[in-house]
Design a binder for this molecule. Sequence first.
Ligand SMILES: [Zn+2]
Length: 316
Amino acid sequence: MTEKRQSFGLVKFLNLELPTWQADVRFRGRSRLIACAVLETDAGLILVDPGPTSTLKTLERALIPLGGLRAVNDVVLTHIHLDHAGCVGQLVANLPEVMVHAHPIGARHLINPERLIRSATRIYEERMGQLWGAILPVPASQVCAVADGTHLQVGGRTLRACYTPGHASHHIVWFDDAAGVVFAGDAAGMRIEGADHIIPVAPPPDIDLIAWEETLSKLEAESPKRLFLTHFGLIKDVEAHLHRMRERLCAWSDAVRQSLDDDYESDAARAADFHESEMTYMNASVDIAYQEPYGYMGQPRESWYGLARYWRKNLT
Ligand SMILES: [Zn+2]
């Protein structure tokens, strides 16, 4: 049975009485870019960060051995960036019983996605549709605005919400204390399971470096046994990972801040320079088998704009 499920793109990573699965949604037709966590409960499935609409068909197929989309009871979001949550409106369109849990700021944008679409269009321009697919509103009756510290209890499983701003002001990590894992979204950066390299993905519009430092301290203080990263998979050396994530974030923020003082003809040139040097460093640090997913998902250029925006707001 396990093999059969694997052929659907599902990998069991916590083999408890109520198992947890990793569904590789194969963003842009590639593996190890975006992972949705699928939690079995006695009342149906919980999906953590189901991904964009462009990969919803793949997710649907991955869920077949677990009962398909109809088996979904709840969708839990770390944040509403399109690579994590773009599909939610489409996903719940025919599932009126499913509840979507998000930070109050994120909840507002799920119900009225116009601003989210506008700001993403500024970044992705004509590639919006191809990358993310349609972004539909979620009915207000199906959105639950989550308070910090909320315990979500579903069919014998409990998830604890913890506000973790930094990557986004509305970021939440979800602790499954019984399973010893935290679904970390992007709060602990990007790292492909099996590799060591960490990319502190920092896109516009609301990077906050002080808040992000505090988030990393909060995670360190909780010292969970494992982290599950959307990009991509299970991390077991949590302490070392968080330590290196902090170093990487500092290095990136310093480099971007410095570039603002340096003589360039434009921001595009600053971002291009940063991108190129980070890609060179990544290619030197990472085994060839991992270079493709890091290259596709890491996008240092985009993070230059996120960090530059932070510094320009905070250095005046
Ligand atoms: Zn994000």
